[in-house]
Design a protein around this ligand. Structure first.
Ligand SMILES: [Zn+2]
Length: 220
């Protein structure tokens, strides 16, 4: 087990902690987990809204990754970019849906999709882009976005084919927000509106309409 101080905007003390078996030790593995945890929490706190809990704990387990308030579990064999990715993703869930409490059983895109989007900014920011997402080939990617065999993103997760969940809940809504940010509104306008959404709906239960209204209200 190791730990480090997380520096939050308000100065409130919070601790990043990692717990892992000896098999997971290594500079390209869990020895960097606390560094990842600290960076992830500090980025989201600075960019969107301050982390609310007294500790952020990353536990090495036998699942791919799973989020809970203040504690996440990531695979004990994950290494380097994949350990950063899963750690950053599971802690991103603190903001969606722990803080902004949208209903993940009905609107997976407001949970996994929004999280996937903020993960891309966090990965670009971490350690001068050490694990930045590769530039997406939008020409190739467009065939995924407009594939008529996929259910609508609005479909509740119970009602879509499980093999499509990765695209519909994570990838497509995440890419949609990136398109809106990078190519339509520009980062400054988009980030102001997205931050307003997070702050207005923190510790509440927004529906899709609440998201649209907030974004339109701030952007226009
Ligand atoms: Zn997730």
């Amino acid at each position: 087990m190791d730990a480090a101080r997380i520096n939050l905007p308000s100065g409130k003390p919070t601790l990043a902690m990692s717990v892992y078996p000896v098999e997971s030790v290594g500079q390209d593995a869990w020895t960097r987990s606390t560094e990842y945890t600290k960076a992830s929490i500090e980025h989201y706190s600075e960019k969107w809204l301050e982390y609310p809990y007294p500790a952020a704990i990353n536990v090495a387990g036998n699942e791919g990754g799973m989020e809970y308030p203040g504690i996440v579990f990531c695979n004990y064999e994950s290494k380097a970019a994949s350990l950063w990715g899963v750690t950053d993703h599971e802690f991103g869930h603190i903001w969606f849906p722990m803080i902004v409490g949208s209903n993940e059983r009905l609107h997976a895109w407001m949970d996994e999709g929004f999280n996937t989007f903020i993960n891309s900014l966090s990965s670009a920011a971490f350690n001068d882009g050490e694990y930045k997402d590769p530039e997406r080939n939008m020409h190739r990617f467009s065939s995924v976005l407009v594939n008529n065999n996929l259910e609508p993103v609005y479909t509740s997760p119970d009602n879509l084919k499980e093999r499509n969940l990765g695209i519909l809940a994570y990838y497509k809504p995440g890419a949609g927000l990136s398109l809106l940010r990078e190519h339509i509104l520009g980062p400054e306008r988009f980030d102001e509106a997205f931050k307003a959404y997070i702050n207005r709906w923190a510790y509440k239960h927004p529906t899709p309409d609440d998201f649209y209204r907030t974004i339109e209200n701030v952007v226009w």
